[in-house]
Design a protein around this ligand. Structure first.
Ligand code: SME
Length: 160
């Protein structure tokens, strides 16, 4: 299956609406979720130009780096550690306006200033998280949270 993306040039909310309409066509239920995460990371990067966007998957007792776009990242994150581990532990989206003020933030890049982490839930368990970093403060708000949660719900439906 080949995928293509129409990138809307409007405001953030309009871009999310355009992307959300394309997500069902972008996802391929015939292949595993990792392949789909790869295209979702690319679509988010293409649409918004995020500094770092990608996934960490729950593998045993830790989060393990999955498909992403951006600078090199740490490969493993423990339960409860950093913003990603905290989102896993709390089973909810975390929006961090200033990562320097987040206790235990894991700085994969010095350039990262704000962050959003959205858990992917299957049967009440976190199976992965979507992590997006910005090189500006306070990039993410409720528009990001609501739209990214919808995207993560679409991905959660790909799990067997
Ligand atoms: N900053 C994240 C670690 C992952 S990198 O940002 C890609 C955290 O604190 O969990």
């Amino acid at each position: 299956m080949s995928a293509s993306l129409f990138v809307h040039s409007g405001e953030k909310n309009e871009k999310y609406q355009a992307l959300l309409q394309q997500i069902p066509g972008l996802l391929d239920p015939q292949v595993d979720v990792i392949a789909n995460m790869a295209n979702v990371a690319a679509a988010l990067r293409e649409t918004f130009g995020f500094f770092w966007v990608g996934f960490y998957r729950v593998v045993g007792e830790q989060l393990v780096l999955g498909p992403y776009q951006g600078p090199l990242a740490c490969t493993r994150i423990a339960f409860g550690k950093g913003v990603c581990g905290a989102s896993w532990e709390q089973q909810k989206t975390l929006v961090v306006a200033n990562v320097h003020e987040f206790p235990g933030h894991i700085a994969c890049s010095e350039a990262s200033k704000s962050e959003i982490v959205v858990p992917i839930m299957v049967d009440g368990q976190v199976v992965a998280v979507l992590d997006i970093d910005s090189d500006e403060f306070a990039t993410f708000d409720d528009i990001d949270r609501e739209s990214l949660e919808k995207i993560c719900t679409c991905l959660s439906e790909l799990y067997p």
